[in-house]
Design a protein around this ligand. Structure first.
Ligand code: UD1
Ligand code: CA
Length: 480
């Protein structure tokens, strides 16, 4: 019976009390996506006929996340009756007449892979069981429901930690919270689930014993690894899930030809992409939709959020968000690229440079100690060390335009709005308040005045005066 239809029900109505958070548990992130997003992604990969998500706590927030991740999913509201059994019951009510297989997933079990679920469904269909649950053997099973088996090894029931006898609590085989049911028997037996348990809830897990008592076949399939079954109930498990997912992501890119020197300190979101022969140095975060092209080197100590890094570019000790870094360009060390930064091919943003809304053309350089905001710099220009683009007049932001092949001196201020024409120069210390025509040299003439002998007269006895006296002597001797 391989043509049976499949409905997936994702449970996401709980509050997640153990997270101690204002954010609903299933909206906490790992690998750049909410826990629920990972589950919906995996569910979507199975191409089910129906995908339902049960919500209640922070209903609108969670429903929005569902729509973002899986627009085709149906959002079902759980009523005030608590428990995973109740959650599945309300979802089934939204599937009148459905008679295929029902895969139940938990919104807080984010590391399952579609392959695992495909095998679970296949094994369920092969054996004709009324339920096939995913189990795992954990060193530390605390917090999970335990799988109780009879002398022949058949699954008899699942007992929650809070309801377990000491012998049951000592069992190490756990229920991963992932099951395939035949819709008919599930419907009938869910109606029989009571609330006589430590939490006073309708447990979905109770259906297992009810099915077994009614002589249905009940089966368990082992998860491929303990990691896959990890449920996130608190922040300790959240970080464990993040680390496991990250290790998986790093390994995947390594096998695609990316050099990652130190997987333990490299964090790559599932949404990022890296080309072959990219090198990632330690302590580097490659986040959200960041895309890194072939041969680029990023890190160490670099964080890229929604950035594009071109072929062969180098990004060292840099913090960048929504920035585009051209092919062969060089950024850092110690650069801060804010949204709207667009550095052309072979360009350079150097040390202690901050940029924002700045288009810097191919082969142009901002090498040292500068702020460039709301500006366009042409190609092949060089911005002198310590230049500040004064883009803000206290009320409004204004733009600065710097032409091609411009050379500006050290310690300039460009007071926006202002234009510096193609091929123009500016002298050191220029405050550019007026447009500079192409090819002109702009200088500000506040000329230097030297007050001879001032230090010896006004700072006698200081090291400076002593040095000045010595210098005066030296020059007298030379003169004589
Ligand atoms: C549940 C299982 C446990 C299993 C573990 C695996 C039950 C009774 N227990 O325990 O056997 O080992 O998962 O991770 O099912 N939810 C709802 N509505 C509710 C309550 C919960 O939709 O009324 C959702 C939650 O949002 C969550 C999922 O169901 O996504 C599991 O609920 P949770 O409270 O975390 O159950 P556990 O105690 O972890
Ligand atoms: Ca849980």
């Amino acid at each position: 019976m391989t043509d049976r239809s499949l409905a997936v029900i994702v449970l996401a109505a709980g509050q997640g009390t153990r997270m101690k958070s204002r954010t609903p548990k299933v909206l906490h992130h790992v690998g750049g996506r909410p826990l629920l997003g990972h589950v919906l992604d995996t569910a979507g990969a199975l191409d089910p006929q129906r995908l339902l998500v049960v919500v209640r706590h922070e209903r609108d927030l969670v429903a929005q996340a569902v729509t973002d991740a899986a627009p085709a999913a149906i959002v079902v509201d759980q009523d005030e009756i608590p428990g995973t059994g109740r959650a599945v019951q309300v979802a089934l009510a939204a599937l009148p007449g459905f008679d295929g297989d029902v895969l139940v997933l938990s919104g807080d079990v984010p590391l399952l892979e579609a392959d695992t679920l495909t095998s679970l469904i296949a094994s369920h269909r092969d054996t004709g069981a009324a339920v096939t649950l995913l189990s795992a053997v954990l060193e530390d099973a605390s917090g999970y429901g335990r799988v109780v088996r009879d002398a022949e090894g058949g699954v008899t029931r699942i007992v929650e930690q809070k309801d377990a006898s000491p012998e049951e609590a000592a069992l190490t085989e756990i229920n991963a919270g992932v099951y395939v049911f035949q819709a008919g028997p599930l419907r009938t037996h869910l109606d029989l689930v009571g609330t006589a348990n430590a939490q006073g809830e309708r447990y979905l897990t109770d259906v297992v014993a009810l099915l077994r008592d009614a002589r249905h076949r009940v089966a368990a399939a082992a998860a491929p690894s303990a990691d896959a079954a990890l449920g996130v109930n608190d922040r300790v498990q959240l970080s464990a899930a993040a680390a496991t997912l990250n290790a998986r992501t790093v390994r995947r890119w390594q096998l695609e030809g990316v050099t990652v020197l130190d997987p333990a300190t490299t964090w790559i979101d599932v949404t990022a992409t890296l080309a072959p022969d990219v090198t990632v140095l330690p302590n580097t975060h490659i986040l959200r939709a960041t895309a890194i092209a072939e041969g680029a080197t990023v890190g160490p100590d670099t964080s890229l959020v929604d950035c594009e890094v071109g072929e062969g570019a180098t990004v060292t000790r840099t913090d960048a968000t929504l920035a585009v870094i051209g092919a062969g360009a060089s950024v850092g060390p110690f650069a801060y690229l804010r949204p709207g930064t667009d550095l052309g091919a072979k360009g350079k943003i150097g040390t202690f440079v901050e940029t924002k809304n700045a288009v810097i053309g191919a082969n142009s350089k901002v090498p040292h100690l500068s702020y460039v905001g709301d500006a366009e710099v042409g190609t092949g220009a060089n911005i002198g060390a310590g230049t500040i683009v004064a883009n803000y007049d206290g009320v409004d932001k204004h733009r600065t335009q710097v032409g091609d092949a411009v050379r500006t001196g050290a310690h300039n201020v460009f007071v926006a709005p202002v234009r510096i024409g193609d091929g123009a120069y500016t002298g050191a210390g220029t405050v550019v308040r007026k447009d500079v025509p192409p090819g002109a040299l702009a200088v500000v003439t506040g000329s230097q005045r030297n007050v001879e002998g001032w230090v010896i007269a006004h700072r006698p006895g200081t090291a400076a005066a002593e040095a000045a006296e010595k210098a005066a002597h030296g020059s007298q001797e030379e003169d004589g």
